[in-house]
Design a protein around this ligand. Structure first.
Ligand SMILES: Cc1cc2nc3c(=O)[nH]c(=O)nc-3n(C[C@H](O)[C@H](O)[C@H](O)COP(=O)(O)O)c2cc1C
Length: 172
């Protein structure tokens, strides 16, 4: 059995410590890459939607707010071929409007997560995991969902020691 690191991350213009910065690699992807390097034989899966999100920060926030208030499930561009081969699924995402982007819930609901260990992690600009951990538990009622970890988006490039400590303390 192996580990899957599934993550949603949006590169492009984002809010970083009060400024709009053009991120070449999304913050969550930086952490997902670190995890992939640290977990032998792990696989990665990038959750991406058919409909693109705006590169403009404010426009993207409007899209995210609308999706959240409508409780939408945006369609995904690609799908995991064989979820049954994973017993542990790390699920990574940015905090969007207080929870995970709706595409994360599309992913969790379209895959059979029953019996798997689900490990949430997010990146954020101040509000941590928000309600994402509880929302993920609701989306995966037949999984064991561990307490999630929130990485501050602005400092992800220096987060290797924090990620390693968190990983070493997980009951895997
Ligand atoms: C649409 C949108 C909504 C956001 N909402 C929040 C929020 O509610 N709380 C927060 O702390 N950060 C929020 N952020 C900041 C992101 O969580 C943060 O920049 C994150 O590290 C981005 O990860 P990514 O580059 O992997 O997409 C938001 C960013 C965007 C684009």
């Amino acid at each position: 059995m192996t580990t899957l690191i599934a993550y949603f991350s949006r590169a492009g213009k984002n809010y970083v410590s009060g400024d709009i910065v053009d991120l070449k690699i999304g913050n969550t992807q930086v952490i997902a890459d670190m995890l992939h390097d640290s977990i032998p034989d792990s696989d990665m899966f990038k959750i991406s939607t058919i409909a693109a999100y705006s590169d403009n920060y404010k426009a993207c926030c409007e899209q995210a707010k609308e999706e959240k208030s409508a409780n939408n499930r945006p369609k995904l561009r690609k799908h995991v071929e064989d979820m049954s081969k994973y017993d542990t699924v790390f699920i990574g995402y940015p905090n969007w409007c207080g929870t995970a982007p709706m595409a994360v819930f599309t992913f969790l609901e379209e895959n059979d997560m029953a019996g798997k260990l689900v490990v949430p992690f997010c990146t954020h600009e101040g509000t941590g995991l928000g309600s994402s951990e509880e929302d993920i538990k609701k989306a995966c009622p037949k999984s064991k969902v561990l307490h999630g970890h929130a990485f501050f988006g602005t400092t992800v490039k220096d987060a290797l020691p924090e990620m390693a400590k968190w990983l070493s303390e997980l009951p895997l």
